[in-house]
Design a protein around this ligand. Structure first.
Ligand SMILES: *Cc1c(COP(=O)(O)O)cnc(C)c1O
Length: 393
């Protein structure tokens, strides 16, 4: 169980560095060791020395990460998984039964949609994509007694749509449904869905939480003790847990999450403003822009606007593909949230699995994961890739 943080350790940055991570009691090691063990010696049958018996059920390095994640999200129970999709699978199974209806963003992350539509639907879940930018439409789609889960992602991947978590949680709870928020894009530093009424937060810790593109991981966090027990039961029964080295990498990443996010957000804001004035760009999707339809909501619900930007290339799909092939500082690749800047074409890369569905993304769309490199280098790189000399050159 999560220990209450010491009274003097309540700030986000302090929790990120200390929650779940007291110096090792035997050696004084400041950093939690990587407990590479599958099993634990018992003092007589059933005599556990410290609560640990087998590392699928619990491992001290994973526990440190789980307690830290719970503290950062303002929850009571955190669980670390082998990937974001493994976390989602455990959460969906814990919260639904055959015959239930699930509402899902009509622009959800492609892997989430694939899991719902091609896996869980086969076992009797009914999947209804909804536009999450409109709380009234979401509320109207909820059928009391049948809709048991409303799945949100905000901002969404890759269209950067913003959902009103508090309003949708109210409507869902009135109908007896639970709300899960995929907080991967925002991170707990920018947005804390449990404090806005969500029941469960999920993460792909592969992204900003890990932050260095060197680990794949996932997490689920809840503020409800009983729900936490249910999720932990599913984590153990399904077995998609984070290994100790992966848990350690994510834990190390979390220590600098606030610093990294501040720079990701500052760099992204500069790039969004620059692209908005660029003749080669038809539209910039970034919640930090006044022109973004979710700007005011994002300003209320989030600390800053994040490091992800999508934009549409004026000259169409081929031009968008060409831009992706021309950047030098932005690496062409999938994934996001690392210190390095990445560029990708969602229609042909991350969101191929939703081609031909209601979730298909525009063919001229480019997605940027803005890293923490020197801002002028990033802007110069985009300018040369878009084929325009810098003003004054
Ligand atoms: C990457 C991602 C996932 C899936 O996480 P994995 O760690 O790749 O399994 C889920 N949701 C969002 C928003 C993502 O970006």
């Amino acid at each position: 169980m999560t220990e209450q943080p010491a009274a003097d350790r309540t700030g986000f940055e302090t929790l990120a560095i200390h929650a779940g991570q007291e110096p090792d009691p035997t050696t004084g090691a400041v950093v939690p060791p990587i407990y590479a063990t599958s099993t634990y010696a018992q003092d007589g049958v059933g005599g556990l020395r410290s609560g640990y018996e087998y590392s699928r059920s619990a491992n001290p390095t994973r526990t440190a990460l789980e307690e830290c994640l719970a503290a950062l999200e303002g929850g009571v129970r955190g669980l670390a998984f082998a990937s974001g999709l493994a976390a989602e699978d455990a959460v969906i199974r814990a919260l639904t039964r055959p015959g239930d209806q699930v509402l899902l963003p009509n622009d959800a992350y492609g892997g989430t949609y694939r899991q719902f539509a091609q896996l869980h639907q086969r076992w009797g879940l009914e999947i209804t994509p909804v536009p999450i930018t409109d709380p009234q439409t979401v509320a109207a789609a909820i059928t009391p007694g049948r809709t048991t889960l409303v799945w949100l992602e905000t901002p969404t991947n890759p269209l950067l749509n913003v959902a009103d978590i508090a309003a949708i949680a109210d409507a869902a709870h009135q109908a007896g449904a639970k709300v899960v928020v995929d907080n991967t894009f925002a991170t707990p530093y920018l947005q804390q869905p449990l404090r806005l009424g969500a029941d469960v937060v999920v993460h792909s810790t592969t992204k900003y939480c890990g932050g260095h593109s060197d680990v794949v991981g996932g997490a689920a966090i809840t503020a409800d003790v009983d729900l936490g027990e249910r999720l932990a039961w599913h984590q153990n029964a399904i077995g998609g847990v984070a290994g100790p080295f992966d848990a350690w990498l994510v834990l190390r990443g979390l220590k600098t999450l606030a610093l990294r996010m501040d720079r990701h957000c500052a760099n992204a804001a500069r790039i969004a403003a620059h692209l908005q004035d660029h003749p080669g760009v038809a539209e910039v999707l970034y919640p930090g822009l006044d022109s973004h339809p979710g700007h005011d909501l994002a300003a209320r619900q989030m600390r800053h606007f994040g490091g992800m930007i999508s934009f549409r290339v004026a000259a169409g799909e081929q031009a968008a593909l060409d831009v992706c092939g021309r950047t030098k500082t932005f690496t062409l690749g999938e994934s996001l949230g690392g210190v390095e800047s990445l560029i990708e074409h969602p229609g042909r890369m991350t969101h191929m699995s939703v081609a031909g569905t209601a979730l298909e993304v525009p063919a001229d769309l480019i997605r940027l994961s803005v890293g923490i490199e020197t801002i002028d280098d990033l802007i110069d790189d985009l300018d040369q890739a878009l084929g325009r000399a810098k003003p004054g050159h």
